[in-house]
Ligand binder design. Sequence first.
Ligand SMILES: [Zn+2]
Ligand SMILES: [Zn+2]
Length: 386
Amino acid sequence: MAKRDYYDVLGIGRGASIEEIKTAYRRLARQHHPDLNQSNQKVAEEKFKELSEAYEVLVDPDKRRNYDAHGFAGVEPNFGPQGFTWQNFTHAGDLEDLLGSSPFFQELFGRGLGDSPFGEPHRRSSHVPFRGSDIEISVRLPLSAAVTGAEPKLEVPQLVPCDDCKGTGARNGTALEVCPECDGRGQVRRSQNRGYSQLITITECPICHGTGRRIRDPCRTCEGAGAIHRVRRIEVTVPPGVEDGAVLRLARQGGPANEGGIAGDLFVQILFEPSDKFTRDGQDALTDLRLTLSEALFGAEIKLPTLSSEAVLKVPPCTQPETRFRLRGEGFPRLRSRERGDLIVTAHVDLPPELTPHQRELLREALGSAPAKSSSKRGGLFGGRR
Ligand SMILES: [Zn+2]
Ligand SMILES: [Zn+2]
């Protein structure tokens, strides 16, 4: 197609004022806008580009002077060897009020200028470094690990770029094609006629999910996803004294980055299994001890488990029910410290389920029979309060 004179393209005379140029361009741009010419979009695109080139030259006094003096040769240096491209268009702002909401316009001027914004899919540049994603996982440990520390082995699920297709999802270097559904724009426009009006809705393209490109021949390794699931095994050091629910951050052990980017972080939440023997109260551990009546009465040395091993507790004679004993340093460690909390043992006294007649006789003799009522003045061995 022969190049048409810029004044002819805009339908104006050689002496047109800046205002006339602007008015003519806006009128024609609206008329030939590709969004409004769905049935014949390619032609409309060419037309729109031709208009924009003419406008680019004539609205600029310097370029216009060169054009008037030397024709197309006068503006060639402005555009480079391939002629006018969208990258040379510096007056997009003049149309913003008119076309700013148009998907075409946004694509052309909002998402970077390409020479052929119509048919070309958006390219995801692989040269922009990005940071890998953060990954959060949790690990369950026995409560004793809070004392001893632990080194659990974790399996970290990761989505890593597929090597075989370099993350594109397309088989072995095959090209991506322009999405036929949206023609590379990533959006689809549906219009419904409603009497005299037309309802137009614009939605993300369901075929390419807004990328504007489609894979012709999917990579077999990743089935076109561009990424594969991989499980990475790593060993984590959980130091003694970690609190339940604490989160360890392992810098750069998370999702991988691309070239030049840095990996994300791995966050490991530590959860301790509940123990049937111990409960935690800050640095202290709490446990219960059941004594028989004779152990409580006469005293005893009782072996009992602690968090990390076992200990012998000396129960003195006449130990009252619910007496609390404190075993120093047998609790939980403090993080990054040698200090440890205590193990607090609560003694419960179990009465015998029943007495033989002989036991009853002996006890009655020793303790006296239970006095009637009056809770404040009970006598006998069990009655006195200290
Ligand atoms: Zn599409
Ligand atoms: Zn692949």
